[in-house]
Design a protein. Structure first.
Length: 161
């Protein structure tokens, strides 16, 4: 895990390598300080966009901090939200990139509206935070999901660790 995050890039556009026409392109979320990404080892298959948790079932304390599994608020070993998977892992032991802070795509439960505070839900998704929830707010919804089932949408992740 990174120990510092000190570079901030404030430009909103960038030039193409061939600048003859003067056109620009927007700087995306992967630019410095718009998104923080960490690489973890998967404890199971994980799809892009799924919320992931530190794997609290690992017995060696050092392993807990480098292994992730699909987050689930009903599973004691999967409640330590780390972020959202940016890459997939098809099997245990593979590495994957996880957005731990900033803008990315995340699996939203049905009924999420833009601007909602989000908390960990089941099966790798996040849902609307309620005043009786015991899990913390982990992200804010940029997009809404009224698809009838969980679907990927843009979120702003709040760094948990």
């Amino acid at each position: 895990m990174a120990t510092q995050n000190i570079i901030q890039y404030l430009e909103t556009t960038q030039y193409y390598a061939d600048q003859r026409d003067g056109s620009t392109v927007a700087v995306g979320p992967a630019a410095m300080n718009r998104r923080q990404v960490e690489t973890y080892i998967a404890s199971e298959a994980i799809a892009v966009g799924e919320a992931v948790s530190l794997d609290l079932s690992k017995t060696a304390e050092g392993d807990i901090m480098i292994h992730v599994k699909v987050a689930d608020n009903a599973t004691a070993s999967a409640v330590a939200f780390a972020g959202f998977a940016l890459t997939a892992a098809t099997a245990a032991g593979e590495t994957l990139d996880v957005c731990i802070a900033g803008v990315c795509e995340g699996l939203l439960a049905n009924g999420v509206a833009a601007g909602d505070c989000l908390r960990l839900d089941t099966a790798g998704s996040v849902d609307v935070y309620g005043n009786t929830d015991v899990f913390p707010i982990v992200a804010y919804a940029v997009d809404a999901n009224s698809s009838g089932s969980a679907a990927n949408g843009t979120v702003v992740v709040i760094k948990q660790m």
